[in-house]
Write a protein of this length. Structure first.
Length: 290
């Protein structure tokens, strides 16, 4: 009996085989391309870290590319945000447990992913409404800090990952500060979906340039803010984006949160303590010699 190509069973058979074939192709592409995607995402984040630290694309190119410049100039520390102390071993243990395998922290630790896990996993904590000024609901327990060092091994600047909600989107970026933890080197975003021409102007190089040399703290409190009608010469104020007050306020809240007690405040205090005890030790050493 000749096969009726237009019969109902035949149509279903062809559709099913086609679906299965397409599903196989899409999942194979997704699995095989995943390492490449992760590598590209890391390259993009590193590029942002280099640029917020003052490297121009030409300098990066001439010095051997993103990977080479980043790995030769930056140390990556993993800290416990609550204590401000080095916590690479704790983060490693919590990650191994959460993923049920030995993970490569450098490649697999994703702070945004960690922040959304159940706090039982030991990688995140819920934020209460009063603390959660930038609307992120929960925060990771461990954070990366990128430290640019001189050839003598002295820290030249610190880059902190920061994020907060604008009008439409979660804005993710980096804030680079000098080792005085008071002076801004730069702010950049590697991920945001605010309206182009309005909130999207957070990525405008002219607006980002306004952040350079701004001051963060006044009497221990975060004072740096994006201000509508900012006065010229205000060391603590960056001009608001016109027609984008909500995005502007989002950036203010983000700085307030991440530079405060629930963000990198404990780490900054810890670094300042270590710095002053080092100065005292050096001074005591000097006295002994005398
Ligand atoms: C289509 C559309 C897109 C908008 N996108 C943004 C935005 O990305 N960020 C923002 O803060 N406000 C955006 N707004 C404006 C806000 O709704 C709000 O009016 C504005 O934040 C007020 O800022 P202003 O006081 O500077 O005018 C948008 C409005 C419209 C109609």
């Amino acid at each position: 009996m000749p096969l009726n190509k237009d019969s109902l069973p035949n149509t279903f058979l062809v559709a099913t085989v086609l679906c299965l074939f397409c599903a196989f192709v899409v999942s194979a592409a997704s699995v095989t391309l995943r390492p490449l995607q992760l590598e590209n995402a890391q390259k993009d984040r590193r590029n942002n870290i280099l640029q917020v630290s003052g490297f121009t694309p030409e300098e990066i190119e001439e010095s051997g590319g993103i990977k080479k410049v980043f790995e030769s100039r930056f140390d990556v520390e993993i800290i416990d945000l609550d204590t401000g102390q080095d916590a690479e071993a704790d983060c490693q243990a919590a990650m191994n447990k959460a993923k049920d395998k030995e993970v490569n922290l450098g490649e697999e630790y994703d702070q945004l992913w960690a922040s959304k896990l159940n706090p039982d996993k030991g990688l995140s904590e819920k934020l209460d409404k009063k603390t959660d000024v930038c609307g992120i609901k929960s925060r990771e327990k461990f954070s990366e800090v990128f430290i640019m060092k001189s050839s003598a091994g002295e820290p030249e600047l610190y880059v902190f990952p920061v994020r907060g909600n604008g009008l439409w989107s979660l804005m993710q970026g980096y804030l680079a500060v000098k080792p005085d933890f008071q002076t801004v080197v730069g702010l950049t975003f590697y991920q945001q979906a605010e309206t182009p021409g309005l909130g999207g102007e957070v990525q405008n190089p002219d607006w980002k340039a306004l952040w350079k040399d701004k001051k963060i703290y006044d009497d221990g409190e975060v004072k740096l803010a994006v201000i509508k009608g900012n006065k010229a010469g205000n060391a603590y104020g960056v001009d608001a984006l016109s027609g984008a007050t909500i995005t502007s306020n989002g950036v203010t809240n983000m700085i307030d949160f991440w530079m405060g007690d629930k963000g990198f405040g404990p780490y900054i205090n810890e670094m300042k303590k270590q710095d002053s005890s080092q100065i005292k030790t050096e001074a005591a050493g000097g006295n002994n010699v005398k």
